[in-house]
Design a protein around this ligand. Sequence first.
Ligand code: PLP
Length: 462
Amino acid sequence: MLLPNCESYKIKMIEPIYQSTKEQRLQWLRDAKYNLFNLRSEQVFIDLLTDSGTGAMSDRQWAELMSGDESYAGSRSYYKLKDTIKDIFGFEYFLPTHQGRAAENVLFSCLVKAGDKVPGNAHFDTTKGHIEFRKATAIDCTIDEASDSTSVHPFKGNIDLIKLEQVLKSDSPENIPFIMLTITCNTFGGQPVSIENIRGVHKLSRKYGIPLFFDSARFAENAWFIHEREEEFRGKSIPEIVKEMYRYADGMTMSSKKDGIVNIGGFIGLRDEKLYKLASTFNIMFEGFNTYGGMAGRDMAALAQGLKEVIDKDYLDTRIRQVHYLGSLLTDEGIPVQQPIGGHAVFIDALKFLPHIKREEFVAQTLALEIYLEAGIRGVEIGALMADRDPVSRENRFPQMEMVRLAIPRRVYTNSHMDYIAAAIKNVYKRRESIRSGYRILNEAPILRHFTIELEKIPVIK
Ligand SMILES: *Cc1c(COP(=O)(O)O)cnc(C)c1O
């Protein structure tokens, strides 16, 4: 008999979570103005809001916290992290930052100026924000298959090389500071990028003399997909695949809150000494002195250990198979989820789940709220609320897809939690026709409104 896949670790410390009644949740939602960001964590039974900074550290990482070196300059923990980054990614230079967007802020302060174009595969929202804040443009060159939720392309995060070359040809190299490749591509649901595609992008970057950077938040999950899906790498180890991926990169930005398996932190990795020196100046200004940046010594030590653990094949098997297990439980029930399942989250297609709710009434938000009401599970809306208003017309923007994202924290929940989540969503699916109306906006901020928005339920007219 084939042995089932099971967790590659056992539990040494636990944190209680709390069940609640439907009546309680109804009241809490009213108090939260129907915004899941306004709930207290105690009001949530299973929290799938994000996989960022929500992972569980190992016993070895906790041990590292105790032996961290808090020296202002020349900390031992800094050198431990520096050696680990050199080992895993091959970068000679590195700068610690307090999280991923801080790494973007420092690097882009060196490289991006008004009028520039930065091509890539669906830049993450903070990446895009830091580009647009500098009055430059982020250009999405992802393959078309990425926006078709039923396409089962194995590497939906790939860049369309024809689209990329058009951008690179359209302007002089001074106005295209770099290409940004996000691995895995978060925006399209944690979809991986193949080495074949990385090589193609690298070839173009050399042809046009434009550096190539990797936005690396989920680099290890990307390597796992390459191992599973790219013929050439079937027999290779994860560390070997990561090395091959980064051979083609001139540098990286990292949110350590994802594949660093720590609760806060980030960094920049670089090959070029001149750029490192320039970035150091901004790092000292925005983050801190070069040997701690935005991080405590103990946090750098725990991150060094986390980076070693995240490229362990058994860990990655557990991690991604768990996400896929949840995805298959939902798919088997006929619940519409984005295919193929990505590395860190399951995305429910709300337009197909609740086709009778008007788009103006925020379909994905309506579904996310129903899932919370059903069983205390908190997902997140990726739809019209998050898409915000058009900056000029101030009309609501309605994106192609309305999704509820169920992001799975690393090493936090067990497969029986996945069973619970699937059962709850199945219950909502069964009663979907009884959900008669959505929500309207009471109050909203002028930008990034979804974090603080206040809503009210639209009464059903009989
Ligand atoms: C989370 C994330 C970032 C930003 O990192 P923070 O640590 O949240 O600041 C950048 N890029 C990608 C792909 C991410 O997932």
